[in-house]
Write a protein that binds this ligand. Sequence first.
Ligand code: NAD
Length: 340
Amino acid sequence: MTKEPVKLPEKLAATQAGVVGLGLMGTSIVTCLLAAGHKVTGLDKNPSRRRGLRRRVGKFLREMRREGLLARDPRSVVRNLRSSGDYADLRDCGIVIECVREDLKLKRQVLRKIEEAVPSETLIGSNTSALPISQLQRGAEHPERILGIHWGEPAHVLRFMEVICGRQTSLERAEHVVELARRWNKEPTLVRRDVRGFITNRLMYAMMREAFHLVEAGYATPADVDRSVRNDLGYWITFAGPFRYMDLTGIPAYAAVMRDLLPDLDCGKNVPALMRRVVRAGAKGVSNCKGFYPYTAGQARLWQRLFLKFSYEIRKLALKYPEDVGDRPVKRKNPTARAG
Ligand SMILES: NC(=O)c1ccc[n+]([C@@H]2O[C@H](COP(=O)([O-])OP(=O)(O)OC[C@H]3O[C@@H](n4cnc5c(N)ncnc54)[C@H](O)[C@@H]3O)[C@@H](O)[C@H]2O)c1
């Protein structure tokens, strides 16, 4: 029996939205919500983040307009944005997304403050990368409306979104967020049971652990690993996930490789030593020109710009090959040709 599509309450579709934490991700999430037609309140405890918000978001909106992702004038869209340092300004929001640093204690404090400010039916999403949602729900007044809303960066460009239920999340509310996400131009995945890291981060971190292992054990340099991944996974992974890829390239060979290779993969439980060294040295990547590669200020800016440009281009390519592209009925050019 097919399930009736979830009906999104109109009130929620047109609701005011709040974003708490206006860093890298908060800024692009604000942009996405404004572009989707919401009025948005952006909240950060840091006044400099609030001051620069309108300029940063305005730049993203102009870029969306150039790329054909925004039909309206960016100047009128940005008028729907206000910034604040006071949680009470979230009081009219139907949905609030928490986007502060990845720290359980801090996120819990922020969620409590949001709960105190908003009505009991307001949906509260956490953009945590990997914290279990059930842990964020602990001690909440209305845990049933708290859920994971996991965005990818840049949030105003990517189609990615995972909506994650914690142990106490109401499935109906999670389904409302999935419907909202479609209006935000996303292709959401509903994760029905809480699991640390959800789907993509579990897979990505498994890959990163192995990448560190290959470098630390002296098999390859970071540049070697990056080059191989870009040219192998990079070529198919936007078209097919791992399961479709195995269907396309022959299943038994994977079983044979798994038998011998899986016992050989790194299963370390600690943060890799190289990662600890790089972090201790103060590296934050392109944002401070210190990372696994060296950067001049100009190179760092160029990498950031090109990353964004690439995100728009790969988005266009991915849209030509939707998830069900191969399931559509095949059109025959000349149906009579087969009859004889
Ligand atoms: N960076 C990514 O690519 C990415 C991708 C997916 C998910 N995430 C997740 O998104 C979250 C935010 O990541 P980010 O990279 O945007 O972080 P960030 O450090 O760039 O931004 C965090 C912001 O939160 C603000 N903040 C801190 N405490 C606050 C408080 N008590 N009240 C209000 N504002 C407060 C800070 O001033 C800062 O502006 C993290 O949980 C991260 O794991 C990040």
